[in-house]
Every structure is written in structure tokens, then in C-alpha cells.
Ligand binder design. Structure first.
Ligand SMILES: Nc1ncnc2c1ncn2[C@@H]1O[C@H](COP(=O)(O)OP(=O)(O)OP(=O)(O)O)[C@@H](O)[C@H]1O
Ligand SMILES: [Mg+2]
Length: 310
């Protein structure tokens, strides 16, 4: 069973706008709403691949109830801790030419008791058959070692943990040694204190260092440059696929989802890596964080080249 954890879910409200006029009345056209937050994006992509998952985390208010409803419609089981306040609605304004302005809320404040309730819920679901996906940022009240705490708690019961986070959340979580991590090249460089865009050689060296730390599978996504994968047995580079780019937002979440789904299905490692690359390429062809169809992913999978690295 796959359980995704989203600490700070959101309704992403995407609207088209002629041009943004500051300090004046702006009228929106074509408003669309979808559930968001990284763990939830992973659940959505798993569902599109044909898999199932339970979505956990914190939800509040009427926005929280709407999220539960939208998740059920997508075949995802919501199992959240209810907190007081209101789950955030993030406004994404798209101007002609695709220029994006984002206005994000902070999200509700979570208390120590509510954090405890989430920890208890996850531990009660944890077993060697459960895979946890911890993805995304936190909301007020949540400490920066939250993922470290959760990883230690569920690993004790034999679960595997998949981590997609950045900054201090990622750094602290690594102390608890998650099984799979998916930083992008910028997040990887940031963790090791490197300034700017790392070179391919640097990415390879740093990816290997994460394996030496005990992470079983390291996937470093490099946007339009493709991805590198590292395990104790080997390392691979996969160039990205030449697809028509519509929106790269959430491509990494889809990649994490495909890896997790493939591993949970017991697929061979190299097939999981191909699936991850193909699914992420499919994700950039869709609007916003909408996941690609399974049919598209299957077609793209035949085009993936996986090059072993010395
Ligand atoms: N322009 C592109 N063309 C083809 N494939 C792409 C492109 N951008 C991203 N991808 C695919 O998606 C994968 C993940 O992308 P990226 O490295 O941007 O993830 P990310 O920064 O974690 O994104 P997010 O956190 O928004 O989901 C890449 O490894 C690649 O396979
Ligand atoms: Mg990412």
C-alpha cells in the first residue's frame, strides 16, 4: 500500500487574466480548481498510472472538505487529520504568453497535539508492505525535522520511505535515511552547500555521496536535461524525451510517483527508472500539475534510453 503525506495541501485555483493591473480591479476568465500539494500530486499521478494510494496529512475547514471530495472522485482515499482554520487556496494567474504569477496562502497552524495525531496515524498504518511518500513543504507550527521524526517512526515498523523535499526538511530527513530520494539538481547542490547550477560531474559525485549515506535509490532530476539514478549496484543517466512542453510544474512529482508505483508493483529497477522518466516527460505535455495518461506514458516508455555510468 502507498500512503502519501501532504502536510500543507491546497486548492490550486488557476485563472486566466488579460494582463495584471496592480492596485486596480482585475477580472479573471477561465477559472479552474484542482487539488494540490506535493504528496497529493504524487497520489494523482499514481492514480493516472492505474495504481491506488491513501492520502494523509492535515486538512481544515470547508476547503478541506472540498479536497476530500475531489480526491475521492479521482479514486484516491483521503485519510487526513482535521485541524482548525482553513486549508489554503493558492491563486495562479496566467497572463497571455503563459506568464505565471502565484499568490500562495500560508496554510493553517498545526498544534503539537495534531502533529502527534498524524504520527500515530502513520505508525498505525506502517508495516513492511507500506510505502510512505513524504513530499512538499510544511505549514506554520510544523518543525523542520518533521520528516526525520516520521521516517524514524515508520521505518521502525519495516516500512519503506520515499522523500521529495528541499532545504532544511530534506537535510534533517536525510539523518533518518529514507529509502528513496528525488532531489532536483538545484536541491542536491543546495544540500551540499554548492552555489549555482552544478555540473554533470558534480551531480554524479553528489548523487553517489547520498548512496554512501545509506539511501538505497537516489534519483536526481535535471529538468530538460533528463535524470541520473544511483544505487549501490550502479548509476544511470537518462536523457529527457523530446516532448512538446506545456508546463513543467509537477514533472518531478510525477517522476516520484512513477518510481514509487513501479517499486511497489515489484517492477525490475531499470523498468522503474524508465517508467519514471517516461511519466515525467508525459507530465510536461499537460497543463499545470495534471498527470499524463497511462497510454501516453506507455508510448513514451519505449523511447527512454538508460545509459549506465562508469
Ligand atoms: N523541458 C523538459 N523536457 C522534457 N522532459 C522534462 C522537461 N522538464 C522536466 N522534464 C522531465 O521531468 C523530470 C523532472 O523535472 P524537474 O527536474 O524539473 O523536477 P522538479 O524540479 O522536482 O519539479 P517539481 O518539483 O515542480 O515537480 C526530468 O528529470 C525530466 O525527465
Ligand atoms: Mg520537485
Amino acid at each position: 500500500m502507498i500512503i502519501t503525506v501532504t502536510i500543507n495541501p491546497a486548492i490550486d485555483k488557476t485563472a486566466e487574466i488579460g494582463a495584471i493591473h496592480p492596485r486596480a480591479l482585475n477580472r479573471l476568465t477561465k477559472v479552474e480548481k484542482d487539488v494540490g500539494g506535493k504528496g497529493i500530486n504524487v497520489s494523482k499521478a499514481i492514480a493516472a498510472l492505474g495504481g491506488s494510494s491513501v492520502a494523509c496529512g492535515f486538512l481544515a475547514g470547508s476547503t478541506g472538505r472540498l479536497i476530500e471530495e475531489l480526491l475521492r472522485e479521482k479514486g484516491i482515499t483521503p485519510d487526513f487529520i482535521r485541524v482548525s482554520g482553513e486549508t489554503r487556496t493558492n491563486l495562479k494567474l496566467v497572463e497571455p504568453g503563459g506568464y505565471l504569477t502565484e499568490i500562495n496562502e500560508q496554510g493553517p497552524t498545526v498544534t503539537e497535539g495534531e502533529l502527534e495525531a498524524l504520527r500515530n496515524k502513520l505508525v498505525s498504518c506502517a508495516s513492511p508492505e507500506t510505502v510512505f511518500v513524504l513530499a512538499g513543504s510544511r505549514c506554520p507550527g510544523v518543525p523542520e525535522d518533521i520528516y526525520r521524526q516520521l521516517i524514524l517512526a515508520v521505518k521502525e515498523k519495516g516500512s519503506r520511505v520515499f522523500l521529495d523535499a528541499d532545504g532544511p526538511l530534506f537535510a534533517k530527513a536525510l539523518e533518518a535515511c529514507p529509502d528513496v530520494v528525488k532531489p532536483n539538481s538545484f536541491e542536491l547542490a543546495q544540500y551540499f552547500g554548492l552555489e549555482g547550477e552544478p555540473s554533470r560531474e558534480e551531480i554524479v559525485a553528489l548523487g553517489r555521496r547520498l548512496v554512501e549515506k545509506g539511501v538505497k535509490l537516489v534519483c536526481v532530476s535535471m529538468g530538460g536535461e533528463g535524470a541520473c539514478f544511483f544505487t549501490e549496484e550502479g548509476a544511470w543517466y537518462a536523457p529527457s524525451l523530446p516532448v512538446e512542453v506545456r508546463s513543467t510544474v509537477g514533472a518531478g512529482d510525477t517522476m516520484a510517483a512513477a518510481l514509487c508505483y513501479g517499486l511497489d508493483q515489484g517492477m525490475a529497477l531499470e523498468d522503474c527508472l524508465r517508467l519514471a522518466l517516461a511519466a515525467s516527460a508525459g507530465a510536461v505535455t499537460t497543463a499545470g500539475t495534471k498527470p499524463p495518461s497511462r497510454m501516453l506514458v506507455d508510448t513514451l516508455m519505449e523511447q527512454v534510453t538508460l545509459l549506465p555510468m562508469a
